[in-house]
Design a binder for this molecule. Structure first.
Ligand code: SF4
Length: 256
């Protein structure tokens, strides 16, 4: 008979592999330009939605917009040479100066703050990684090695780095030495809330404690616990959770 933890893990895994990750045959390999484009796209997209993140690099519009504005169609070149669009953003310290000088406004304005990181990232990719972000994973590192390499880039925090690694593996077929064991859960508010209500972590658990719990419960694929995201989004709302239609009602001590 399936115990309580096994049941919760099965629900999380079903959600994750069914709705949040592409099946292996649907994963899309990228060329060098695709990897550089994806690397920059994830770098500038803080707070990116799962639905968008699991798509292809071409669905992430910032790099394409930069290419269109500059007329430079190679991501490595775009962010390493002193082109006009890049210089325009780097030249101003704040929005007031930028607007007063007639700078471009609109949807791309917020990206101006990340352009320096993009520039530094592509310079490092050019100088240390053979000109392609593909070489960050080409030797089939462990998940943690891959994560540490990505996190070593300015602007890539723990959450964004984890997202990039998951997209690389689950959307574009990167192979890791330890397969899925090195891919961690993203301890976002939905996952953390559900894990708390299920009694798997304490109410004041840190993101690292949520990650550690997922590793403990599923050492072969901690990322599966991201499937609780769907439970949190659809049923286990911050207020007024819909316990009566939640698949976990039979194993949840917090049900109402
Ligand atoms: S039963 Fe209720 S409290 Fe428990 S996980 Fe489901 S929605 Fe959340």
């Amino acid at each position: 008979m399936m115990n309580r933890i096994d049941y919760i893990r099965k629900i999380a895994a079903n959600n994750f592999w069914g709705d949040m990750a592409r099946s292996p045959q649907d994963r899309q390999p990228l060329d060098d330009e695709g990897w550089n484009s994806l690397f920059i796209s994830c770098l500038v997209n803080r707070g990116i939605q799962w639905e968008r993140a699991m798509g292809s690099a071409t669905e992430l519009g910032f790099v394409n917009e930069m290419k269109m504005r500059s007329g430079i169609h190679d991501t490595l070149t775009l962010f390493t040479i002193n082109n006009d669009v890049l210089l325009e953003w780097l030249a101003f310290d704040d929005d007031g100066d930028y607007a007063a000088a007639g700078g471009r406004n609109g949807s791309l304005l917020r990206y101006r703050y990340t352009v320096e990181h993009c520039h530094q990232a592509m310079c490092r990719i050019r100088d240390e990684w053979g000109g392609s972000a593909r070489f960050l994973h080409a030797d089939e590192p462990t998940g943690q090695q891959f994560l540490q390499r990505v996190m070593s880039f300015g602007g890539y925090g723990a959450k964004t780095s984890g997202l990039y690694c998951r997209v690389a593996v689950l959307s574009h077929g990167v192979t890791l030495w330890d397969n899925y064991a090195g891919l961690d859960i993203s301890p976002d508010r939905h996952c953390s809330r559900v894990m708390t209500r299920l009694g798997l972590v304490s109410e004041d658990a840190s993101p690292q404690e949520v990650i550690d719990k997922a590793r403990e419960l599923s050492p072969y694929a901690p990322v599966e616990w991201d499937g609780l995201f769907i439970i949190g989004l659809d049923y286990c709302h911050a207020s007024d959770p819909e316990c009566s239609i939640c698949a976990l009602i039979g194993v949840c001590g917090s049900r109402c």
